[in-house]
Design a binder for this molecule. Structure first.
Ligand code: UDP
Length: 235
């Protein structure tokens, strides 16, 4: 196993499958199977889940909503996704804990770093909901922050595209994929991997990021066994 402890970042949109909104139960159960496969090999898995399939604070602000109020809604959206993911993982026979950055004690544990690490040591999958708990941040920042806190070896950013390209491959057919790229080159070339806050935090803490296509079955396993898929960003 190339990585012992991983932080998997899934966007809210990833949970939509082919829908326009909300959560696709089939997509969730496919993710659960992929995650189960790697936990059975002894990989410790923590997950940060986004909320963009339900609500984004920025989108609310564009329609005149108070930004902080909208961000609170966005953070709660990530908790809804976390509960759905937890359900799918438990259905697949995986032991899980959901920890949230905003306390909702009847529903989930509060985020406590030492507890999270102890769950991981026991082979439980830990889902982190509620982002960082602060407005004006994203779940990408939460992913990097939690990954550093729990001493994960790598952040795996599961997306719809299979890596980082010289240009947007959905718009430019001449775009070429990088197998590996340095933090510095991502910044120099102005490529989008994560928002700047998240990306800088990762760079400063020398935490590698792998961007890969999570929607292809078996890809997660390939990444954790060190197969050269997706794009790896490191120093
Ligand atoms: N959010 C926030 N603070 C955080 C993380 C998320 O306020 O630390 C809010 C923000 O409004 C964001 C929404 O939650 O738009 C959903 O998160 P994100 O956009 O990162 O989800 P994703 O794009 O990964 O689905």
């Amino acid at each position: 196993m190339k990585y012992k402890r991983i932080l998997l970042k899934l966007s809210g949109e990833a949970l939509m499958g082919n829908r326009q909104y909300g959560i696709d139960p089939e997509r969730l159960s496919e993710y659960a199977k992929d995650i189960k496969e790697i936990t059975e090999l002894g990989v410790e898995v923590a997950i940060v889940i986004g909320g963009g399939n339900i609500f984004r604070g920025v989108a609310g602000a564009m329609h005149g909503m108070d930004r902080v109020q909208g961000d609170h809604m966005g953070m709660l959206a990530t908790v809804i996704n976390g509960l759905a993911l937890q359900n799918a993982l438990e259905d697949a026979g995986i032991k899980t804990r959901l920890q949230t950055a905003i306390k909702i004690n009847e529903v989930a544990e509060p985020f406590i770093r030492r507890k999270a690490m102890s769950h991981l040591n026991k082979g439980r999958v830990v889902i982190f909901g509620g982002g960082t708990g602060n407005p004006y941040f994203t779940t990408d920042s939460a992913a990097v922050l939690r990954a550093i806190e729990i001493e994960a070896d790598v952040i795996l950013k599961g997306t719809r595209v299979d890596g980082i390209y010289t240009a947007d491959p959905e718009k430019d057919s001449t775009a070429v994929k990088f197998d590996r790229i340095s933090f510095e080159d991502v910044l120099k070339k102005g490529l989008k991997v994560m928002d700047t806050t998240a990306f800088t935090l990762s760079q400063e803490n020398n935490l590698p990021i792998i961007v890969f296509d999570m929607n292809k079955k078996g890809n997660l396993l390939k990444v954790v066994t060190g197969e050269n898929i997706g794009t790896k960003v490191n120093q």
